[in-house]
Design a protein around this ligand. Structure first.
Ligand code: S3P
Length: 436
């Protein structure tokens, strides 16, 4: 089904019922493409996220010498690495909309002996890159941000031999942490990162999967990698993305009559903070059959919760739920009482300024919501009405407000939905199936 740029929904009068297979995790897919591309040998990759963001990263890795042979379905393929002998890319690398793709690849490319140039779309070209340029420059890398906006993409990289560093992250960012660790793995000596709060640890788990020497302190805040490493390919199955499952978790919680089971969702403890937050708000969530060595995953069943109530969200739990805050704000608008979201200023530098875009769209639907410098305050319980809303070039804003429309009066129309394909290409089809 071709992706629509404008999607309309109305109240799902009979509830949302059924089972949804959640597509592969975006963060893990980027990292598997990058590490597998460098490795010696071939690996079977299963359940890769075939979204524009991750396919851009995979195509970039093919430019430096990785090979991809199709499998029995688009999300399953054989990835053959370049055996730690990457070639210089022949063209500029298109990162599309993906901050993760650009920041992680910049870490790797900074340590490889050739020139490269990374560019992205309008949204990505206005997102801060200084946060990776600073540590990479400390390592001796030659990386320049040449965008119209200072400190922004395109990035011009003259890669080469780097020095190990000990780096304290100024913000809790898994992308910055991973850029430094990926550069560190290609650098002689031990590179370490201290993070102010625990962030998603997929890079560290994949290092373990590929046998890359990496240590993590008992409190999880200090990570060290000793390079240069030699990576050997190893088959992997990528779990479903909890950030994609989050939309259905909130929809099922707010729409009367709903019961949805979300299959094979990644339950990495650094990623599944939305579950305790929704449970604190009174959501009805059951988790079954947890498996997985490197990355735990399981099935999540969510039923309508008639008595959702507001909660306080902030501090160390923010990095764990950072991508789910727009849809949690939608849940808050359907909950009695007030929800305060604090310590989340990082939302301002995502695909859109998610504090402004979330609050603006909530208000357009009749919700009581206020911006704060580092978050927002939402007082729920007032019935919402449909509206024509913008996605602001942000896939998660589009999907979050389509969920709100499933329990609003009248029609809710989202404009600028094509970017949903950056993270969840089958979203519209699943939405249509559940609301048929
Ligand atoms: C990601 C980290 C987060 C998150 C993004 C994916 C990753 O960004 O918002 O969608 O895969 O490392 P920050 O590290 O910038 O917070």
């Amino acid at each position: 089904m071709a992706a629509s740029d404008t999607i309309s929904v109305s109240r799902a009068a009979h509830g949302l019922r059924g089972t949804v297979a959640i597509p592969g995790d975006k963060s893990i897919s980027h990292r598997v493409a990058i590490l597998g591309a460098l490795a010696h040998g071939s690996m079977q990759v299963r359940n890769f996220l075939c979204s524009e963001d991750c396919l851009n990263t995979l195509r970039a890795m093919q430019q430096i010498g990785a090979r991809v042979e199709p499998g029995d379905a688009p999300q399953n393929f054989t990835l053959t690495g370049c055996g730690m002998q990457p070639a210089a890319p022949q063209r500029d690398i298109d990162c599309g909309n993906s901050g993760t793709g650009m920041r992680l690849m910049a870490g790797v490319l900074a340590a490889l002996p050739f020139e490269s140039r990374l560019f992205g779309d309008r949204s990505l070209s206005s997102r801060p890159m200084k946060r990776i340029l600073d540590p990479l420059t400390m390592m001796g890398a030659h990386v320049e941000a040449c965008g119209e906006k200072p400190g922004c993409a395109p990035l011009h990289i003259c890669g080469g031999t780097l020095q190990p560093i000990r780096y304290t992250l100024p913000m809790a960012s898994a992308q910055v942490k991973s850029a430094v660790l990926l550069a560190g793995m290609l650098t002689r000596g031990t590179t370490s990162v201290h993070q102010p709060a625990i962030t998603r640890d997929h890079t560290e788990r994949l290092f373990a999967h590929f046998g890359i020497p990496c240590s993590v302190s008992a409190d999880g805040l200090d990570i060290a990698v000793t390079g240069p490493v030699d990576i050997t390919a190893r088959d992997i199955t990528i779990p479903g993305d909890i950030s994609s499952a989050a939309f259905w978790m909130v929809a099922a919680s707010i729409v009367p009559g709903s019961e949805l089971t979300l299959r094979n969702v990644g339950l990495n403890p650094t990623r599944c903070g939305i579950i305790p937050v929704l449970q604190r708000m009174g959501a009805d969530i059951t988790i079954r059959s947890i498996h997985g060595e490197g990355e735990p995953y399981g099935d999540i069943t969510v039923r309508h919760a008639p008595n959702l109530h507001g909660t306080e969200i902030g501090g160390a739990e923010i990095p764990n739920i950072i991508d789910e805050i727009p849809v949690l704000a939608v849940a808050a608008a359907f909950a009695h009482g007030t929800t305060n979201i604090r310590d989340a200023a990082e939302l301002r530098v995502k695909e859109s300024d998610r504090i402004t875009t979330t609050v603006g769209n909530l208000r357009a639907m009749g919700a009581a919501a206020e911006e704060r410098e580092d978050g927002m305050c939402i007082t729920g319980g007032t019935p919402l009405h449909g509206a024509t809303l913008q996605s602001f070039d942000d896939h998660r804003i589009a999907m979050s407000f389509l969920m709100a429309g499933l329990n609003a009066a009248g029609t809710t129309t989202l404009q600028g939905c094509r970017n949903i394909a950056t993270s969840y290409p089958s979203f519209e089809q699943t939405l249509r199936e559940l609301t048929r």
